[in-house]
Design a protein around this ligand. Sequence first.
Ligand code: ATR
Length: 262
Amino acid sequence: MQRVGVVGWPVEHSRSPVIFGHWFAVHGIDARYERIAVAPDEAAAFFADLASSPYTGVNVTMPYKALAAESVSADPVATRLGVANTIWRDGDGLSGSSSDGSGFIASLDDQAPDWRGAVGPAVIVGAGGASVAVADALVAEGCRVLVANRTADKAEAVAARAGAEAIALDALPDALSEASLLVNATSLGMDGTTLSVDPRPLPAGTTVADLIYNPLETPLLAAARARGLVPVDGLGMLLFQATTGFERWFGVKPKVDRDLRR
Ligand code: ATR
């Protein structure tokens, strides 16, 4: 039996074992996906020994994505972002990538295929780790990307890393009035909190994506839906980013089918 898993601290809440378990069954693969809890004082040794461990490959979550990128041969995306969430065997060594951005793009293609006809800029609100991955991926797709954040310095840092432009929060209504895509990359929308972005200036046909997946229908997505805009939920990104590891480790691109959305 092959062993893969997610390395983090803590990892108890990871949904990945369920996602991968589904794909193991669909593809008849004899493998186990483990939650690998590694304490901070053991993390450097864990990654140093990973190539000689029994694992076929691992995903990496908080707080080790940056350490993972330093510990393996980072691909261009992981190098640009300075983080890796997917590690696989490559000859005698290990390689790593960050699949959040490609997962986001795949989720857009799945839930809002017309987004590719967009002409206006993509506006991202929020400037954490998820924001920079999404900004980088959208820039790679040829989009003009604007980043706004409560803490302006962090928007500047994301923009600089991803090749996007930082804008002030008070410039947001004007930016939204010409946007083709709005992305909520803040943590607002979880547990009843609301994102203080007013979607009313958005043009008809705009795609509105939330990276939050709990709840699936955030206040922002509900407002977008009520206005006839195109909502994209955050569960899609979670599911599609996982396909990268599966394909690297088992050589098959798994499908994000309806059963995974239950
Ligand atoms: P992740 O790694 O998932 O992207 P994160 O790094 O914790 O998450 O980033 C959370 C984002 O939500 C940040 O952009 C944060 O804004 P600050 O950079 O100003 O902290 C944003 N955020 C969280 N709470 C917020 C609030 N009450 N109002 C506005 N933005 C908020």
